[in-house]
Every structure is written in structure tokens, then in C-alpha cells.
Design a protein around this ligand. Structure first.
Ligand SMILES: Cc1ncc(COP(=O)(O)O)c(C=O)c1O
Length: 433
């Protein structure tokens, strides 16, 4: 059954949720604030599809915002969680599975000698910054406008994702002293990055989304990659590559393997936890050994390396070793991107479709999108119309112009064809006025 108009139970649940949960959601980007309407309450998912509490079925391109590279309820992930749960959910003591998952990350990502698991991407980037500041003895950091690295104080300056969607990219409540230590530069601007680093000796780290996903998908250009590679090193600052989305999505070695980057530290999350709460940061041995208890830099967590998340992560990563896993995902994404462009163009709707393996964004603007200013030129009202037309046709897209559609190995040719047919109808409706 395809999506019908009946969302009675979602409406009821949302009304109840709004009474006890701020905005009715536990993470802003889940609300339909930018596109209006009631968020769908989801009852179950299987493969590339989800069903809401009213029984409407959707092809899912949110995919839990990235973790589900093998789709919903992936058999090996489900079975690993079931068998671990029967043995207990958490011990507060080491387990074999955390060593195995650490090895899997270290083996896959060339720059990572050692890794520490935490419970979210936010915790990973926050902890990586602390380590960078401790190791360099410097206080300031550089981030890029439209990149999102979680919601710790230092990183909420001109952030992407939900804070960009809601128009509050720098949150009240962040102390001026924290914001003052964060320098925000334009993405894909190698000159400004080089010039800023040349002038300063207080930068602990440059943190970057190696392929941005949180202002919609924006790939780095070669001069920017070159600047990321050399300029921090020449300055004595560290390079932190945030692979919370891109890690194990665009390649096993992450986006850094695409671009030949050798960061000092990297952060991960999402896919490495198979849909359970997880984050990780890792990198050079001499840096990671500065963490407690081997070194003085403190960081800890009651549920860090939680055994359910560790076994789920291992099961989720297992298919990614298959030789053609990323080739197939890449071809599926490219095909979808190309066909979306074609149906938009034949309907006369100007769009720019940016993509990389496993993620894409349809920007409602004719111009190239290389940075936050370009992304913000997109027509968000048009996106909202497109979103609702797609939703009504059973295609569940991110409820924001500034997010990536996530593909998975579970998306079939039929899913993609259905998506393109729905998009064609949506674009035609739009061009009809
Ligand atoms: C690149 C990036 N870094 C960090 C985070 C924060 O991760 P979490 O939401 O698990 O705290 C996100 C979340 O989407 C992200 O996309």
C-alpha cells in the first residue's frame, strides 16, 4: 500500500508529544517545522521501507539520518542484538566485542591507529576537540559554515543540520567565551583557510566534514582538500576529519580515503553502531595515548562501548567488506541523481543535484552549491512543496532542504524507479503552478 492521506494516529500522538516533549520531538530535525505538517510517527521499518502508525508505507531516504547502510531491521544486526541482549545489556566492564569493533575501524581507516568509543557523534567531536586542545596547548578552533559536528558549545557556531533548518545556527546559551574560541570560515575557500592559519598561532584544530552533509550534500574541491592537507600541519594545528556521516558510507576508509587526507584525528558515529547509540574518535597513537587512563586528558562514559551497540556495529559493517559494496551503492546514487536531474529539467524546474556515494541533495536553485551561501540561495518553500508531494506518493525525504537523502544497500531498482516517477509528478505539479 502506498501512502494515503490518513495520518490520524500521527496527529494524535504528535498532540500528546507536544504536551510533554519540547516541540514534540527529541531532536529538532525530526519535526516538520521547515516543511510544516505533522511528523509521521513510525511503527516499523524493513529494508528500505518504513510504515507509520496509520499504516502508510514509504520508501525511506532518511534511514535514521545515516546509520542504516544495510536498511531497516537488517537480519545480522537484529540477531546480534537479540543474542547479546540475552546475555545482558551493559556491564560497565570491557567486552570482546569492543576490541573487535575497534580493530574493524583501525583496519579500515588508514589514519586511525587507536580508537575510543563514546555514545554519540556529539560526544566524539567534543572529546576530539578536548584532546586537540590538550595536545597542542592552544585554545581556538576553526570550523566551516554549514558544517555540523553535534551540539557541544564550541561547535554550534554557524552550524548546519537542524540548527540551520530552524534558522538558529548559533544557539542562545552558548557562552561568549566558548563562541569566541571558534573561528568560522567558508567551506571550499582554500585562500581564507590558508590566510587565517598564516596569521594565527592559537589554533588547536581545524575540524571539517570531508563531504558536507548538513547543509545538504556539498563535496570539497581540490584546492580546499590541498589546503586542508597542508595548512594545518604547517601551522602546528591538528586536522580533525568528522566522518560521523561519511565513515563507512562513501567508502570503507571514509571520505578521507577518497581524497588522500591523513588527518590527525577522525570522528565516527552512525553506521558503526548499526542504529544503536554510538560515536567514536580515533587517530594517531601518540595523540590517543594522551587519553585517560594512559594519559591525563579525561573522557569517560557509563555506556561507552555498550555491548549491544558494539555487536550491532560489527554486524552492520560486515557486508561493507564485499568487493563491490560501495561500487553498487555509488552506481545507485548516481543513477538516482541523474534521473532526478532529467525529470526536473523536462518539467522546467531549476534544481542542482549534488551527490556522492550513498547520499544526495536536490537543491531548489539553478546555481552550483559549493558552500553555505550557495545552499541558502535554494528556495525552501519549493522544497517544502516537493517534500509533501513526495510524501503523499509514499516517498519519505528529509523534512529540510539542508539535509542529505541517505541511500542504503537495501534500496532496490524498483524503489529508485518509484522515486523518480514520484519526483516527475511532483516537478510537473510545481511547474503547473
Ligand atoms: C558530521 C556530523 N558530526 C557530528 C554529528 C553529531 O552526531 P550525534 O547526532 O550522534 O550527536 C552529526 C549528526 O548528524 C553529524 O552529521
Amino acid at each position: 500500500m502506498v501512502a494515503g492521506p490518513d495520518v490520524t494516529r500521527s496527529d494524535e500522538l504528535f498532540a500528546r508529544a507536544c504536551a510533554v516533549i519540547p516541540g514534540g520531538v527529541h531532536s529538532p530535525v525530526r519535526a516538520f517545522a521547515a516543511v510544516s505538517g505533522t511528523p509521521r510517527f513510525i511503527e516499523r521499518g524493513f529494508g528500505s521501507h518504513i510504515w507509520d502508525v496509520d499504516g502508510n508505507e514509504y520508501v525511506d531516504y532518511v534511514m535514521s539520518w545515516g546509520p542504516l547502510i544495510n536498511g531497516h531491521a537488517f537480519g545480522p544486526v537484529v540477531r546480534s542484538i537479540e543474542s547479546q541482549a540475552a546475555f545482558g545489556t551493559s556491564y560497565g566492564a570491557p567486552t570482546a566485542s569492543e576490541v573487535d569493533l575497534a580493530n574493524a575501524v583501525v583496519d579500515a581507516v588508514d589514519s586511525v591507529d587507536m580508537v575510543r568509543f563514546v555514545s554519540s557523534g556529539t560526544e566524539a567531536t567534543m572529546s576530539a576537540l578536548r584532546l586537540a586542545r590538550a595536545a597542542t596547548g592552544r585554545p581556538a578552533i576553526i570550523k566551516f559554515a554549514g558544517n555540523y559536528h553535534g551540539h557541544s558549545d564550541a561547535l554550534l557556531a554557524r552550524a548546519g543540520s537542524g540548527s540551520l533548518t530552524l534558522g538558529v545556527p548559533t544557539s542562545p546559551g552558548v557562552p561568549e567565551s566558548a563562541a569566541a574560541m571558534t573561528i568560522v570560515l567558508p567551506y571550499n575557500d582554500s585562500h581564507t583557510l590558508r590566510d587565517t592559519l598564516a596569521l594565527r598561532d592559537d589554533i588547536a584544530a581545524v575540524i571539517v566534514e570531508p563531504i558536507a552533509g548538513n547543509m545538504g550534500v556539498v563535496s570539497p574541491d581540490q584546492p580546499f582538500i590541498n589546503a586542508l592537507r597542508d595548512a594545518p600541519r604547517e601551522n602546528g594545528a591538528l586536522l580533525i576529519v568528522d566522518e560521523v556521516i561519511t565513515g563507512f558510507r562513501v567508502a570503507r576508509g571514509g571520505a578521507q580515503s577518497f581524497y588522500g587526507l591523513q588527518p590527525d584525528l577522525s570522528t565516527f558515529g552512525k553506521i558503526i553502531g548499526g542504529g544503536l547509540p554510538v560515536g567514536a574518535y580515533g587517530g594517531r597513537r601518540d595523540l590517543m595515548e594522551q587519553l585517560a587512563p594512559s594519559g591525563p586528558v579525561y573522557q569517560a562514559g557509563t555506556l561507552s562501548g555498550n555491548p549491544l551497540a558494539m555487536v550491532a556495529g560489527l554486524a552492520n559493517l560486515s557486508p561493507t567488506v564485499t568487493a563491490d559494496f560501495y561500487d553498487r551503492l555509488g552506481v545507485a546514487t548516481e543513477t538516482l541523481a541523474r534521473e532526478l536531474r532529467a525529470v526536473a529539467s523536462s518539467a522546467g524546474v531549476p534544481v542542482t543535484v549534488n551527490f556522492t556515494t550513498g547520499m544526495l541533495t536536490v537543491f531548489f536553485t539553478a546555481g552550483a552549491v559549493r558552500n553555505l551561501d550557495d545552499a541558502e540561495a535554494a528556495d525552501t518553500q519549493r522544497y517544502a512543496r516537493f517534500f509533501h508531494s513526495m510524501l503523499g506518493q509514499g516517498i519519505y525525504l528529509p523534512p529540510s532542504q539542508f539535509e542529505a537523502w541517505m541511500l542504503s544497500a537495501a534500496h532496490t531498482t524498483q524503489d529508485l524507479e518509484r522515486t523518480v516517477a514520484a519526483a516527475q509528478a511532483a516537478f510537473q505539479e510545481m511547474s503547473a503552478g
